[in-house]
Design a protein around this ligand. Structure first.
Ligand code: SF4
Length: 696
């Protein structure tokens, strides 16, 4: 098919790498896709998901019209009803009786409007996001150690390091372009790669050392490293002047028993040698760390080692949290979590609240954190939340204890769902369904894992009656009586407002300052090139904390004493620990990647990776069906016998759900136990029973 126009520069909507894409509209209404050679994140590369983006556009499966109680309705009628029911609920039961549950796949402008509406005008912090399931423990760990949620490093640190440690990160499948960059740099420069993961993932293909530690032993491993750093005299005497808490952190680390990780002595020593002998070391971590009921402690155990050695914020060294979703970072910038305010300001700080309220000219500002995702759905279950608006996400499949969440949403008085897809586990539960524009139809910005803000540009017209999420939210805000505050004409105006607010945050000591863009014109927004924040007068892009200046009140970083905790114990009834995660070619609940046939060629159905010894004990044959159960739910999965997983530690992917595999919903098995600080669920340690599936 011949291109109809020139390529349009945009950004991939899947993982947090944030690759630049050249999308060329075709005469048949489709899109030709290439990697953008000029985008700093990917330099022309794309993974298979990004390369297949053109196969996921079109009208298949799309929600094309608003619906009320399952019947098509006009936009005015649907928006009037949403505004009326939210207004009535607030009037009768107060602002905390309504809630928004949003997504790390929203654009920054969408996210900004949702937060402004809920926190500044409705006057509640009842807004949380599916990013809670992804990186909340990193946010909490950063704030404890640095005084702010700031990722210190950049992607090119991976390439400049001598040693890269990947902890709880299957980079090869979950952040493939970063993996490609690392693999190429390893070949060129001989970088040592260490993978710390109970499972032998595809990432181990480039590992010089794979540490298949016991599940949950990460904090113990980094405590042992901290004690060894001290033992070898490697505490950086200059840098540690900028850090509080070393004695306490060391004393906790020294109490960690040497054999508490499940690793052999030889492997442990090799790890300690490689880490301590490499001046330039980057420790990359992801869901294996974050998705734990002690995730924040694990994050801080890693940060402790970098702070003690001063290996932070300089080329080729530092801790690095890679985010799962395309705009998890942008959500953090607009205060997308229930315990944050816009522009990295704190909801519990009265000066910060007042500054945001004044800037917004907001009538009633939320003055306390709202419930985090798991607690939010509990409040839906108990009836405290009576009107719920779910935007761009599928919690009835993806939340822990998904069956319970499904029942809670079913029991809610009024449920609005905005989505581009007509039929998901969650759209089926909506009283009002609102059609949203999809990736290729949206216009705005996203921020990737290294703090780089990039444009996502409209390349195709909206499908059917679909509208942009920011516009839908603004139109409801206007109908609720706040006409001027929600009167933007285009996303450039929202970005400009967000940028202006960031200048106030800058004056309050926050480094998130992009106020250079506060006067941005439509033309400048259209032409915007990817850029890193901060962008203040004194500081443009780059790394954080190499200078020893942190964002705590004292200006010093904090090391934390960490006492490692193990995940929930197994029982004779539920003797297996189920690990969950992504596969290479699918994304979340497959509402988009399921549309591209080539993405199902790699892995076509839900499966259970299980060790040969377990399979034999259970009488499970290769490719048979296994029934996996626990008190929360049940899944039926194809058996894949492999020694990539350890005995007792099966693995199942998270993607299959709804129509694709109603019994493959592993979210139903994940317990809603959360990290006490971050509220992030422990998605990788459900205790389960397994038996051969017998169809009745
Ligand atoms: Fe998209 Fe991530 Fe693949 Fe890049 S690595 S093309 S952002 S899915």
């Amino acid at each position: 098919m011949q291109p109809a126009t020139k390529p349009i520069r945009t950004t991939c909507p899947y993982c947090g790498v944030g690759c630049g894409v050249l999308a060329t509209p075709l005469a048949d209404g489709g899109l030709a896709i290439e990697g953008d050679p000029d985008h700093p994140a990917n330099k022309g590369r794309l993974c298979v998901k990004g390369a297949a983006l053109g196969e996921t556009v079109g009208l298949r499966g799309r929600l094309l019209d608003p619906h009320i109680h399952g019947r098509k309705a006009g936009w005015d009628k649907a928006l009037d009803l949403v505004a009326k029911r939210f207004g009535q609920t607030i009037a009768k039961h107060g602002p905390d009786s309504v809630a928004f549950y949003v997504s790390g796949q929203l654009l920054t402008e969408d996210y900004y409007v949702a937060n402004k509406l809920m926190k500044g005008f409705i006057g509640s912090a009842n807004i949380d996001t599916n990013s809670r399931l992804c990186m909340a423990s990193s946010v909490a760990g950063h704030k404890r150690a640095f005084g702010s949620d700031t990722v210190p490093g950049l992607y090119d640190d991976f390439e400049k390091a001598d040693t890269v440690v990947l902890v709880g990160s299957n980079l090869a499948w979950c952040h493939p372009v970063l993996y490609q960059r690392l693999a190429a740099a390893r070949q060129a420069r001989g970088i040592k790669v260490i993978v710390v993961d109970p499972r032998r993932t595809a990432t181990c293909d480039i590992a010089d050392l794979h540490l298949a530690l016991d599940p949950g032993a990460d904090a113990a491993l980094f405590n042992l490293l901290l004690a060894e750093i001290d033992q070898r005299g490697l505490i950086d005497a200059n840098f540690i002047r900028n850090v509080d808490g070393l004695p306490q952190a060391l004393s906790a680390a020294r109490e960690t028993p040497p054999f508490s990780t499940g690793l052999t002595h030889a492997d442990l020593i090799r790890f300690l040698d490689l880490w301590t002998r490499s001046e330039k070391v980057v420790t990359v971590y992801s869901q294996g760390i974050n998705q734990s009921d002690s995730g924040t402690d694990k994050v801080n155990a890693i940060l402790n080692c970098h702070l003690a050695t001063g290996r932070i914020g300089r080329p080729g060294m530092g801790p690095f949290s890679v985010t799962g979703q395309p705009n998890a970072m942008g959500g953090r910038e607009v205060g997308g979590l229930a315990n944050m305010l816009a522009c990295h300001l704190d909801i519990e700080n009265v000066d910060h609240r007042n500054a945001v309220q004044t800037f917004w000219n907001a009538p009633r500002m939320a003055d306390k954190p709202g419930p985090k995702a798991v607690d939010m759905f509990r409040a839906v279950e108990t009836g405290q939340i009576k009107a719920l608006w779910i935007i761009c996400t599928n919690p009835a499949a993806s939340m822990p204890e998904a069956d319970r969440v499904d029942r809670a949403i079913k029991g809610c008085d009024f449920v609005v769902v905005s989505d581009m897809i007509a039929d998901t586990d969650t759209t089926r539960l909506a009283h009002v369904l609102l059609p949203a524009t999809g990736w290729a139809e949206k216009d705005g910005t996203v921020t990737n894992s290294e703090r780089r803000i990039s444009r996502q540009r409209r390349t195709l017209p909206p499908a059917g009656q679909a509208r942009d999420d920011w516009r839908i939210l603004a139109q409801v805000g206007q109908r609720m009586g706040w006409r001027d505050a929600f009167s933007w004409n285009d996303p450039a105006q929202i970005f400009a407002e967000h940028a202006a607010l960031s200048g106030i945050a800058g004056r309050l000591g926050r480094d998130f300052d992009i106020s250079d863009h506060a006067e941005i014109t439509q033309g400048q927004y259209a032409a915007m090139q990817p850029f890193l924040w901060p962008q203040s007068a004194s500081r443009r892009g780059g790394r954080f904390f190499g200078d020893g200046a942190f964002h705590t009140p004292s200006g010093k970083a904090r090391m934390l004493p960490i006492t490692p905790r193990r995940p929930a114990t197994l029982s004779p009834e539920f003797p297996f620990r189920l690990n969950t995660g992504r596969v290479r070619d699918h994304w979340h609940t497959m509402t988009r990647t399921g549309l591209a046939p080539r993405l199902s060629r790699h892995i076509a159905e839900p499966f259970l990776e299980i060790h040969p010894r377990d399979a034999e004990k259970l009488g499970l044959a290769p490719a048979a069906l296994a029934e996996v159960t626990n008190p929360h739910g049940r899944a039926i999965l194809r058996v894949l016998i492999t020694d990539r997983v350890a005995p007792g530690q099966p693995f199942a992917p998270i993607h299959w759900t709804g129509e694709t595999a109603p019994t493959g919903r592993v979210g139903a098995l994940v317990p809603a136990s959360v990290d006490p600080l971050s509220g992030q669920p422990a998605s990788k340690s459900a205790t389960v029973a397994i038996r051969p599936f017998a169809a009745s």
